[in-house]
Design a binder for this molecule. Structure first.
Ligand code: ADP
Ligand code: MG
Length: 293
């Protein structure tokens, strides 16, 4: 490859909203056959909304929103922001937590108005030997079957509520998947969210393969496993929890709308957060190198 031809390739990339770290990136871009896509913030907008609150018998909805909202207000996770905003909208000013910890991939825990509060996956509650009463378990199953994320709320040793949150698939995602397939790539959806939600999103954008309920630190192992099967893997992500997987992938594509950690770990940045640019990048790399070999 001549330096001039590569410069033409990267210049065209900038026009398409693709920032390339260096000319050597084009070579790996040309070779990839599998594209692993993070769900939240990559395939979906990541802007979630609180849609519904289901409470256990005898639990006051306002109390749920005050305690869960207060704790989530301290977290930057898209789900947390939706819960905090939805709670503030419904009950007004939220208390300040006395203690707070973010548990990556699971939720948040802390102390609010003297109560030990947990908000997150049922797996987080299970770690404290709590489970959902049957009414809430039913609400969770129904929400997930509809493609929504169900978040459990517990305090003082008891599961008290299920919150329903959802975000929308980006309107460019389905077309992006069609274009990636046309380039011969196999798309795989990878997420920490649950299987039912992941399958609903995958179906909406035309992805057949789903790897769900993966802990943030385990995303990198999914990429390694695919590579050990002989695949050349592109990974697209936006979150802090995607950074290691982006670095491990043969080609890491970071959403320009995502976190600095993801952008630093990636080889390419999709400036506008439009997944179609991933297909453009691969087509451009093949074209650039193809013409000069
Ligand atoms: P993704 O891989 O889709 O970007 P994460 O790994 O960040 O998602 O989170 C996985 C799951 O953990 C979420 O779908 C949610 O159920 C739960 N979770 C994580 N953080 C929070 C939080 N702050 N509040 C509630 N639930 C959370
Ligand atoms: Mg994400």
């Amino acid at each position: 490859a001549t330096p001039t031809a590569l410069m033409v390739g990267t210049g065209r990339g900038a026009q398409l909203g693709i920032l390339i770290k260096g000319p050597e990136v084009l070579e790996s871009t040309r070779k990839v056959d599998t594209v692993v896509l993070d769900k939240t913030g990559t395939v979906t907008t990541g802007r979630m909304t609180l849609l519904a609150v289901h409470t256990a018998d005898g639990t006051d909805e306002t109390e749920v929103l005050r305690l869960a909202g207060a704790l989530e207000h301290a977290s930057e996770h898209p789900i947390a922001q939706a819960v905090a905003a939805g709670a503030a909208e419904r009950v007004g000013a939220l208390p300040t937590p006395e203690d707070f910890a973010n548990i990556a991939g699971l939720g948040v825990q802390g102390v609010v108005e003297g109560h030990a509060v947990l908000v997150g996956r049922t797996k987080l509650l299970a770690e404290w030997a709590m489970e959902l009463p049957s009414g809430l378990a039913r609400a969770k199953a129904e929400a997930e079957a509809a493609g929504r994320t169900a978040i459990a709320v517990a305090w003082d040793g008891e599961a008290r509520a299920v919150l329903e949150v959802a975000d929308a698939v980006k309107d460019t995602s389905a077309e992006a998947i069609t274009r990636l397939r046309a380039l011969g790539l196999t798309p795989i959806l990878l997420t920490g969210d649950n299987q039912a939600v992941a399958e609903a999103v995958a179906a909406e954008v035309g992805i057949d393969e789903v790897i769900a309920e993966v802990m943030p630190q385990d995303k990198v192992d999914v990429v390694k496993r695919l590579q050990s099967e002989g695949r050349s893997v592109a990974m697209v992500g936006d979150g802090v929890n995607d950074a290691a997987a982006l670095a491990q992938a043969d080609l890491g594509l970071a959403m320009g709308t995502g976190t600095d950690a993801a952008i630093e770990a990636g080889d390419l940045t999709l400036v506008r957060g439009d997944l179609r640019a991933a297909a453009d990048a691969i087509r451009l790399a093949r074209k650039t190198l193809g013409t000069i070999k």
